[in-house]
Design a protein around this ligand. Structure first.
Ligand code: HEM
Length: 538
């Protein structure tokens, strides 16, 4: 049914009452009273004093004083664009999500970001990049809140404040502004060695992308897809840039940070305005939903692990094109609020403990950042479908809700209990079994393997890419003041690969340590999995 929200109109003019601002030909106060002068305050005579009764002066200054809102606690620096996603229809067997049905076009808004720097920091620093997409689907908003690196630093969201405290500038001197070349970062990743896999991606060319347009994006976590029949599979989301993956070299990144700190932002907007619309293919890796939630021995709930594409190929499901820059940066880019829990029917979460903590964190932070609980009513966050919720009141409530009974069932506003059929296109909580088990604060043993995939990554690199990685570790660790931290990180590198460790140690002028235990050579890759072969023809 239609939402119980009314938009009143001006009685005489018939104009819709909206919060647009800048309507009509004349300058007015916020109360709509026409102004004669906005350049001179009201004074007792030309030489003053200024009169407290000047409402326009007080309103203008008051509003200016409050123009800033808190920046995001992470991912503060970003840029975004509008576009459209068109589905190939290839995912129909694995998910009921309507926006993935063949030919369906869905509006999107994508925000790219760095993680650590503040809102005014440089674009080309060595860091992970955020890649957050809001799909305004006909079944409600779907947010794919990913990064350009497929793994994360930590396995459990309870450590997120810790890793971010370590990555942000030192609390005493607020140095460095926006990158990982400092003691607390290396202290953390060498003590919490599950971070080593994400870190080696950061030290590779992936840490300094050439452009947002040439970055991959990853949902990182494994999600659960539900099809029309209620069957489930596990899946990972990937964005593949049509321009390919390209990076800067370190010297370019450093120079650009000085010459043009807005390099990525400018590149995105210039490209769109020139009609060179950036495009990505969305793909999914699909795995059987088994009770173990593993694939080829890889724990799918461990966000520090990838599943190599040789084992589970990425299957394209649609294409995204960004074709419109924001009209107002604050209204759109700053006020957009993504959330990993914004899911349409057919896509559900898994028990990945990092994902579970994120489900709490985003709503919670946005209450502060966006001034109360009504940020879903900010235009950029509004779903492109009717909203009929029972959320009421609160700071910055914009809706004028009709009716007296925001509860169901009720006998006053015609609100009956849910009827058969109501649930047909509703969200599906996959009825996954929950093991009856002891409460614990512990990880599965599979989470103890912190090095084998970092080694896999290192060994997959070409000689020039390896050289860049060695130089990056040497540069970044070279900025540390504490010798013990450098030595501890070198031990981690020894556990990844002896050649990597030796070369970085040489660069730092330190001895190369031995690994904690002899390195185990990885098994040869198993043949392509059945999952890929079962994929339905496009
Ligand atoms: C913001 C990605 C882990 C808390 C963001 C943004 C991205 C992102 C892309 C920026 C969104 C935007 O552009 O507005 C990721 C990925 C993660 C991860 C891919 C791991 C796979 C976490 C965890 C937490 C967390 C574990 C907390 C437990 C936050 C917060 C923000 C944020 C508080 C700011 C949100 C806002 O102010 O709207 N994250 N994140 N993130 N993330 Fe994460």
């Amino acid at each position: 049914g239609a939402p119980p929200v009314v938009t009143p109109t001006g009685a005489e003019t018939g104009a819709p009452v909206t919060a647009q601002g800048q309507q009509g030909a004349y300058l007015t106060t916020a109360q709509g009273v026409r102004l004669r002068d906005t350049d001179h305050s009201l004074k007792a005579g030309e030489r003053g004093p200024t009169l407290l009764q000047d409402h326009h002066l007080r309103e203008k200054i008051m509003h200016f004083d409050h123009e800033r809102i808190p920046e995001r606690v992470v991912h503060a620096r970003g840029a975004a664009a509008h576009g459209v996603f068109e589905a190939y229809g290839t995912a129909g067997q694995v998910t009921r999500a309507g926006f993935l049905k063949k030919g369906k076009k869905t509006d999107v808004f994508v925000r790219f970001s760095t993680v650590l720097g503040s809102r005014g920091s440089a674009d080309t620093v060595r860091d992970t990049r955020g890649f957050a997409t809001k799909f305004y689907t006909e079944e409600g908003n779907f947010d794919l809140v990913g990064n350009n690196i497929p793994v994360f630093f930590i396995q459990d969201g309870i450590k997120f404040p810790d890793v971010i405290h370590a990555g942000k500038p030192h609390p005493d001197r607020e140095i460095p502004q926006a990158q990982s070349a400092h003691d607390t970062f290396w202290d953390f990743v060498s003590l919490h060695t599950e971070a080593q896999h994400h870190t080696i991606w950061n030290m590779s060319d992936r840490g300094i992308p050439r452009s947002y347009r040439t970055m991959e994006g990853f949902g990182v976590h494994t999600f659960r897809l539900v099809n029309e029949a209620g069957e489930t599979v596990l899946a990972k989301f990937h964005w593949k840039p049509q321009l390919g993956v390209h990076s800067l070299v370190w010297e370019e990144a450093q120079l650009l940070a000085g010459l043009d700190p807005d390099f990525h932002r400018r590149d995105l907007y210039d490209a769109i305005e020139a009609g060179a619309f950036p495009e990505w293919e969305l793909g999914i890796q699909v795995f059987p939903d088994t009770p173990e939630e593993t694939f080829e021995g890889i724990d799918l709930l461990d966000p520090t692990k990838i599943v190599p594409e040789e084992l589970a190929p990425v299957q394209p499901v649609g294409k995204m094109t960004l074709d419109r820059t924001p009209t107002n940066f604050f209204a759109e880019v700053e006020q957009v609020a993504f959330h990993v829990g914004h899911l349409p029917p057919g896509i559900d979460v898994t028990n990945d403990p990092l994902l579970q903590a994120r489900l709490f964190s985003y709503l919670d932070t946005q209450i502060t950042r966006l001034g109360g609980p009504n940020f879903a009513q900010i235009p950029i966050n509004c779903p492109h479908v009717p909203v009929n919720d029972m959320l009421r009141d609160g700071f910055h409530q914009h809706a004028v809700h009709a009716g007296v009974a925001p509860y169901r069932p009720n006998s006053l506003d015609g609100g009956n209990p849910f009827e058969a059929g109501d649930a047909e296109n509703a969200f599906v909580d996959a009825p996954v079994e929950v093991a009856r088990s002891r409460k614990v604060r512990a990880n599965p043993v599979s989470y103890d393997d912190h090095y084998s995939q970092a080694r896999l990554f290192w060994r997959s690199m070409s000689p020039v890419e390896k050289e860049h990685i060695v130089r990056a570790y040497t540069f970044e660790l070279g900025k540390c003041y504490e010798q013990t931290i450098k030595e501890r990180q070198l031990r981690c590198l020894a556990n990844i690969d002896p050649v990597l460790c030796r070369q970085v140690a040489t660069g730092l002028g330190l001895p190369a340590p031995e690994p904690d235990r002899p390195l185990v050579e990885p098994e040869p890759s198993p043949a392509l999995s059945q999952v890929g072969k079962e994929w339905p023809a496009a």
